[in-house]
Design a protein. Structure first.
Lengths: 113, 112
């Protein structure tokens, strides 16, 4: 049973839609992350939040917009995506940013038509 | 630029043998290195962390080495079992900044 919950697990959207991915962690951690995993490619770090403040933004296109309202919740807002954005989006948390192991959710499988 | 390389070819071994996976990094001086296991369609699961001042770390049937001179980590699974079949990811990291970068992973298949 993972302490990091992601919803939805699967999402299909058109290029003009607006949707959001949600992540919730029940571990009392103070850092949260979004990673993108495309087929046969390494995990790509997208965003890092520490104490609800964004500390890392890896040149991610503006069609991806993160939101961290508190230390337990993280959102990824999606709008006008491209088919190449189809991937597994993984949320993770840790106690302290970059100081230890990451706890991952099961991911949200996104398909953009 | 920083680069992490893991065995790109899938590793196929017989049950009971020792699996050895390699992680090489360049343009990088990480303070520690982590190993994760990932099953298809699921998020990675943390296995082990080894720090730059540690040569070797063990956990049950797992052993990790860290050679900062060679810029390499080796991950061993002894007495391998079919249930060990998965993709294994290495991730060198720093103590601050939150920037944990992952290798592309090595797929391990253990045959009965």
């Amino acid at each position: 049973e993972t302490g990091v919950t992601q919803t939805p697990r699967h999402l299909v959207m058109g290029m003009t839609n607006k949707k959001s991915l949600k992540c919730e962690q029940h571990l009392g951690h103070n850092a949260m992350y979004w990673y993108k995993q495309s087929a046969k490619k390494p995990l790509e770090l997208m965003f890092v939040y520490s104490l609800e403040e964004r500390v890392e933004n890896n040149s991610v296109p503006s069609r991806f917009s993160p939101e961290c309202p508190n230390s337990s919740h993280l959102f990824l807002h999606l709008h006008t995506l491209q088919p190449e954005d189809s991937a597994l989006y993984l949320c993770a948390s840790s106690q302290g940013a970059g100081t230890g192991e990451l706890f991952f959710g099961e991911g949200s499988r996104l398909t953009v038509l | 630029s920083q680069k992490i390389e893991q065995n790109s070819e899938a590793l196929n071994i017989q049950e009971g043998k020792t699996a050895t996976l390699t992680c090489n990094y360049t343009n990088y001086s990480p303070a520690y290195l982590q190993w994760y296991r990932q099953d298809p369609g699921r998020g990675p699961v943390f296995l082990l962390l080894i720090r730059e001042n540690e040569k070797e770390k063990r956990k049950e049937r797992l052993k990790v080495t860290f050679d900062t001179t060679l810029k390499q980590s080796l991950f061993h699974i002894t007495a391998s079992q079919p249930a060990d079949s998965a993709t294994y990811l290495c991730a060198p990291g720093y103590n601050q900044g939150g920037k944990l970068i992952f290798g592309q992973g090595t797929e391990l298949s253990v045959k009965p």
